[in-house]
Design a protein. Structure first.
Length: 388
């Protein structure tokens, strides 16, 4: 099931120096290690800004355009005009929540088990008289039936995660996209736990907006991410803020009568995080090089291996859905009678990094991890829960 050829896997691992230092990192759902390509790209840019040309704008502008192109390919957006570069997921979601045309009494439906970045921007709408209601579901598993029960004629927007941050449940975005299209509802997706790990086609899935910070599965520095916005939603959004780079020709400094950009660039505002974007560019290029279908196959294979091995350990409760079409990258467990916090600390002492979340342990391997690393992590886990 883990189909990446050994030569390709070796090439991937060579990009991440921590793999040669005895560190077993399985926490990409929190933050990713930076590859040597990312570090080199950022270091080279900073050196040029410090002791080289200093004014690196021409190269920076080309790089920014290439970032939009790479993200377009990553999520099948069709055109870089649909991509706005943002600081993080919250930044991207706030652009949508703050600009979508809603009236008092309109309803927004949000999954009740969402990461806070996909909740607070919508709760902020309550001060405008917008009803924000939570979609209750078993273990955060958003289903088409649950959504249909929540929708009323006043529902204007549905906000869900592509992959739920705690359980790892992979949402059936295609079905929800069809439902939202049929009911004339804006479909907004938090993609941070999916983009870079699984192949997402925003147009095929009927997604109006997709927000994703880059620091997790995209292997990028903090402070970088993107917003995909469909042309239909872009025309409806009323930006809550406007910056000098959002207009059609930002370099016409004295032209205050010019229109805003005709593309999603209108949502970017002011100067971008260039050092971070150089790293982001290197990270995105790497994902495209290895290919999302191959990366997804690898990630899902490692997820399956974790689930199968945990299933063999008596007392372990697997919180993550076990069906192959309902998970992607994240496996969360309760370690039987053992204290999860204690097990977490014991694993850290053995150079195994996972996440402690809500009294459970969350494992999240990426495409460069090996089957042998998963086996070793399971063995060390078994040792820790066997200790008094």
């Amino acid at each position: 099931m883990t189909t990446t050829p050994v030569t390709t896997l070796d090439q991937a691992r060579a990009l991440f120096p921590h793999t040669t230092q005895g560190k077993l990192y399985l926490n990409h759902a929190a933050t990713s290690p930076l590859s040597n390509r990312v570090v080199q790209a950022m270091t080279s840019h900073l050196a040029e800004r410090s002791e080289g040309r200093i004014e690196t704008y021409p190269a920076d502008i080309r790089m920014v355009g290439e970032c939009r192109d790479l993200i377009t390919r990553l999520v099948h957006a069709g055109s870089p005009d649909r991509i706005a570069l943002t600081a993080n997921t919250s930044d991207a979601i706030n652009i949508v929540a703050g600009g979508v045309p809603l009236q008092p009494g309109d309803r927004v439906v949000v999954g009740h088990f969402e990461f806070p970045a996909n909740v607070w921007p919508y709760l902020n709408l309550r001060r405008k008289g917008i009803a924000v209601e939570f979609l209750h579901s078993d273990k955060g598993r958003v289903t088409i039936d649950a959504v249909e029960r929540m929708i009323t004629p006043d529902t204007r927007l549905l906000a869900v995660s592509a992959v739920q941050f705690l359980s790892g449940h992979r949402t059936d975005l295609a079905s929800l996209g069809n439902l939202c299209r049929d009911r004339n509802i804006w479909f907004v997706v938090d993609g941070i736990q999916a983009v870079g790990a699984v192949d997402i086609d925003v147009r095929a899935l009927g997604i109006h907006a997709l927000a994703a910070g880059g620091q997790k599965w995209q292997n990028a520095p903090h402070g970088n991410g993107f917003l995909y916005v469909s042309e239909e939603l872009q025309e409806a959004l009323q930006p809550a803020s406007l910056g000098w780079l959002a207009v059609e020709d930002p370099w016409q400094f004295s032209d205050y009568d010019q229109p805003v950009a005709t593309t999603a660039r209108r949502f970017e505002g002011g100067s971008l995080n260039m050092p971070g974007l150089w790293g982001y560019h290197a990270a995105l290029s790497t994902l495209i090089e290895f290919g999302l279908p191959a990366i997804e196959s690898r990630v899902r294979g490692l997820t399956r291996l974790l689930i199968d091995r945990f299933s063999e350990i008596p007392g372990v409760d697997i919180f993550t859905p076990t069906d192959d079409d309902q998970h992607a990258g994240i496996v969360t467990i309760r370690p039987g009678n053992a204290d999860a916090a204690v097990v977490f600390k014991r694993l850290l002492k053995r150079n195994v990094t996972v996440a402690l979340r809500e009294g459970m342990l969350r494992f999240s391997p990426h495409f460069y991890n090996t089957d042998q690393e998963i086996e070793r992590a399971i063995d060390l886990f078994h040792e820790t829960i066997s200790q008094p």
